[in-house]
Design a protein around this ligand. Structure first.
Ligand SMILES: [Zn+2]
Length: 108
């Protein structure tokens, strides 16, 4: 559940792929470690089989405390490039980040 926090921190649960548990799933282990031993051409099917067989058995969780940044009040500004409404604090001059420094594509 995503409840806004009034505090500077919030208790949460971190879920992660557990390297210790991957020892029982050697193909997933080599793939997850980005090992050269994982051959995508021959082991992809085996990888999927192990992932489905492993399911939740390859993950662990722990209780954690995270820092919560209070949501800033903002107003909406239209990006001069893509014309999308963007929160003012995400603007880079007259452009949004996706049209500015965080641009990762170009229209074709
Ligand atoms: Zn834009």
């Amino acid at each position: 559940m995503d409840i806004p926090s009034e505090n500077a921190t919030a208790d949460a649960v971190r879920v992660y792929v557990d390297p210790e548990k991957l020892k029982n799933y050697p193909t997933v282990d080599t793939w997850y470690a980005n090992s050269p031993a994982f051959d995508k051409k021959t082991l992809n099917g085996q990888l999927f089989d192990e992932i489905f067989r492993g399911g939740r058995n390859i993950i662990s969780f722990e209780r954690v405390r995270v820092t919560v940044k209070k949501k800033e009040k903002c107003s909406s500004i239209t990006c001069s490039c893509c014309r999308k409404p963007i929160p003012d604090y995400l603007m880079e001059g007259d452009r949004c980040g996706a049209c500015g420094s965080m641009k990762y594509y170009e229209r074709i």
